[in-house]
Design a binder for this molecule. Sequence first.
Ligand code: IMP
Ligand code: MG
Length: 223
Amino acid sequence: MKAFEVDGRAIAVLFSEDEIAGRIDALAKDIAARRPHRLLVVPVLKGSFVFAADLMRAMFRAGLSPEVDFMILASYRSHTRSSGRVEVLRDIEAEVKGRDVLLIDDILESGRTLAFAKDLIAARGARSVLTAVLLEKPGHLAADITADFRGFLCPDKFVVGYGMDMAHQFRELPFVGYVRVAESKCVRDGILQRQRSLRWPANTQRLPRRASSERCTSARRAR
Ligand code: IMP
Ligand code: MG
């Protein structure tokens, strides 16, 4: 699997730029096939901003001309509150009555965020509320919701890139990946293991190789 060094962390690529672009074009065609009425697209920020921007442009290519408005939600996840409370930090300004609304999010995990947003928009009189997510992590659903449009099923890892962050980092990556903890530790310690699976991009400075006795053995055990 291809990987990149970013800020001293080893990020393995899960979904490449090309794979994502192909899926997004297919999703836009599926959305257009529903012939939405006065379509309003609502990206749920922040994590969905890159996906939403690409999906909007793919919608244009698929013959749609949606409006867009933004919502910022904060969800308090299960490790802080068992109820998974969701709070509106920024609401949309657009009128939704009688319109088809498409909510866009990066990941569907517990489903609490999207279920909350869907109920909110539906209660304001939208004709329909559809949902599009780039990724779905199965096995964690705690709300009664399914994505109408989904990019990829996602392995049960904490993913970053393509708008998604880990402690405010990595949103800028053009692909979806995950942090390989073992190799990241080696990079931070200045000890780079030779691994066939870890390919640094051409313009990345490679750290000097150490003697085998100095290599990061704990990384091997952890994998
Ligand atoms: P839920 O479906 O309400 O549990 O929340 C999903 C939200 O949690 C997503 O919109 C992301 O913002 C965030 N999230 C869940 N898993 C990840 C991940 O692996 N990386 C980054 N953000 C995540
Ligand atoms: Mg989110």
